[in-house]
Design a protein around this ligand. Sequence first.
Ligand code: SF4
Length: 282
Amino acid sequence: MAYIFPGKIFPSALNAYIQCPFKFKCHNDKDVKAEFIENPESFVGKIVHLALENFFDIKKVPINERKDQDIGQMIRHLWARVPKSSWSSACWSAKERKELFGSTEQEKAFGLKAIAMIKNYISKADLSIVPLSLEDWMQCSVGEFVIAGKIDRIDQDSESSISVWDYKTGKLPFYDSIEKIIKDDPQIPIYAIIASKLYPFAKKIKAGLIYIQYSKIYDIIWTKDELEEVENEIIKTIREAKDNTDFSPRINNLCPWCDYKNICPDKDKIKEKDSKIEEVIW
Ligand code: SF4
């Protein structure tokens, strides 16, 4: 294996470590790291992010035109222009999209679902916001490390407060409270720390997840002092990951979906989820 401790820590890497040190090792090994393969859901996820980036960009859609924006037209325009990867400007051809979705009818069904999802979110969202940043790659130093990520949206709420948002296009999370969600996943704390350092005027930092399909928000507010404690915890976890030398597998609830299950030393101990089928009784 060619494991290298990352120069920049992204939330996905730290999340892998919290779940399982062996998974973290695989995630940071260029020889075994799972390759990302586009699927219909990830394509829709990209479209939704692109559409909301355009929608909240006042250079593209002035605030007074947001309410009357033709979301269907916007999605159809973007759909044909989704780049195949972040390092190439080549777009998906109609033939490739048909293959990805299985048929033109299925592609249409996913497209209509994306339009409905965004219309539903926008109908309940605050349309007066002027974001400080949209879909930007950002990073900052914490202790001896650099943390980084692509932050979907940062809004200025007042002269001394900001909100940091990540859009989710999938199902609602397993946990129904932000405190439980961030215990397992450091994405929101990491984004809040980066935003607070890049916008030092903010004394209060709200950060959270927006589940677009359900217009459901999970958020938390930190003062700068509280966020400093969160930062110390993040540094502690990164140090632990760096100093870890045995990378033992840690069986957890997400093992059945782990990209590294086939090379996991404990693969025989993993119980397949939902293997028992109980028929309906009506
Ligand atoms: S299957 Fe489970 S224990 Fe094995 S590497 Fe993946 S997360 Fe770790």
